[in-house]
Design a protein around this ligand. Structure first.
Ligand code: PLP
Length: 419
């Protein structure tokens, strides 16, 4: 019996844990000889496809030169290449690049940068505003700025207080009014949001204009805008950044997952010059005190530099547009099935809800659907009664059709099971 304690896995349910031996493109190959289509990009990380030859070559090459070096006071070519590449690709206002290892650490760094900015510029602002249903990670700080619920109920005593604006309904007036009031009355330090799509919250989408207006309100009140593009970044919503669709440049931007094309753990938090300048001093007490042992690991940076090069010289946006069109067509067909509600797509992300009495993350529907997807050799992980598909951009038409057929069959099977 394995000694491994898996993440987000209830071992008491004794569900099978397949062993994956290799992967290529949109497919995972298991030890017992199955070819499984990766319909969720292995937890939203794999963008171009598994084992992209250019990324793997970069990793190999870097591993033979320099495996790891301290990043406090030292640098190396792959990190410099990533920083220069991000400066070329991302909005010009985001002039500074701080490395870390995961989406959670990118968000922790963002929160610390925001509070550091206010502390060093003497504004006496320290509160954080968050959006209902958000998810920003599983560390104490990121849980604090995320939705309170089953994911973190046991750790509630450790979490700090935040102010919450409601999830946008319709044109988002409910959110904007609440934000305006909070910004005026509470003088918070920052608003943190997942732009356009709340992922773990249930693939909830809101209009770009709401993000535009939220950014304007923040700016008017001296509140920093932190965009957590850990999931939405790198093309998922149809554009390189989701913020692009709202014409918004945040003060602080969090990127991870697709930063290395999903091949290696690496994250960055990008900041505007005033945020960096607030920490710049001959006073060592104003140093940005954050690090982890593997900050800017050279091999991970080489993978990220290769990903950036792919974005710069391969037709990634064309592939994304083609996948997005197929996702939209799939969702339109799924919408005609009995019990399917709220069909939606945002770029390459497709989602539907299934009408059940017990919706929410612990819906008993999810494990039943999961069992059907497993049988059909599909890696799909419903979020409660929400079924979503967020594949690597290389998913071809045949595999896409198989994903759709698997969803149709699973919906039919659970529907029959209910009767
Ligand atoms: N922020 C968002 C929006 C996410 O979706 C996630 C993970 O899914 C995170 C942060 C945390 O990233 P990580 O799992 O790499 O720590």
């Amino acid at each position: 019996m394995s000694a491994i304690w898996h993440p987000f896995t209830q071992h008491g349910l004794n569900e099978p844990i397949p062993q994956v031996d290799r992967a290529e493109g949109a497919a995972l190959y298991t030890q017992d000889g199955r070819r499984v289509i990766d319909g969720i990009s292995s937890w939203w990380v794999t963008t171009h496809g598994h084992n992209h030859p250019r990324i793997i070559a970069a990793i190999r090459d870097q591993a033979s030169r320099l495996d790891q070096v301290i990043f406090a006071g030292w640098t190396h070519a792959p990190a410099e290449a990533v920083a220069a590449g991000l400066r070329a690709l991302m909005p010009a206002e985001l002039t500074r690049v701080f490395f870390s290892d995961s989406g959670s650490t990118a968000v922790e760094v963002a929160l610390k940068m925001a509070l550091g900015f206010h502390a060093h510029t003497g504004t006496s602002r320290s509160g954080v505003v968050v959006m209902e249903h958000s998810y920003h990670g599983d560390t104490i700080g990121t849980m604090s700025v995320g939705e309170r619920g089953v994911f973190n109920a046991a750790y509630a005593p450790l979490l700090f207080d935040v102010d919450t604006v409601p999830f946008p309904l319709g044109d988002g007036d409910n959110t904007l009014t609440a934000l305006e009031t909070l910004c005026r009355d509470r003088r918070p330090a920052a608003l943190i949001v997942e732009p356009l799509v709340l992922g773990a919250g249930g693939m909830l989408f809101y209009p770009a204009q709401v993000l535009t207006r939220m950014a304007q309100i923040c700016r008017a009140h001296g509140v920093l805008l932190i965009a957590d593009e850990v999931m939405t970044g790198w093309g998922r919503t149809g554009t390189l950044l989701a913020c692009e669709q709202a014409g918004v440049v945040p003060d602080i931007l969090c990127l991870a997952k697709g930063l290395t094309g999903g091949s290696m753990p690496l994250a960055v938090t990008m900041a505007t010059e005033p945020i960096y300048a607030a920490h710049l001093s001959t006073d060592r007490a104003k140093t940005f005190f954050h690090s982890s042992s593997f900050t800017a690991n050279p091999i991970a940076c080489a993978a990220a530099a290769a990903n950036i090069a792919i974005w710069q010289d391969e037709p990634v946006r064309t592939r994304i547009a083609a996948l997005a069109a197929r996702q939209t067509a799939m969702v339109a067909r799924l919408a005609t099935l009995p019990g399917v509600t709220n069909p939606r797509t945002c770029g390459t992300i497709a989602a539907i809800d299934l009408a059940v009495p017990d919706n929410g993350y612990l819906s008993t529907l999810a494990p039943r659907l999961l069992a059907h997807f497993r049988e059909a050799d599909l890696l799909l992980r419903p979020l409660g009664n929400t079924v979503y598909v967020m594949p690597p951009y290389c998913l071809d038409e045949d595999d896409h059709a198989q994903v759709e057929a698997g969803i149709v069959a699973a919906i039919g099977a659970v529907d029959r099971g209910r009767q």
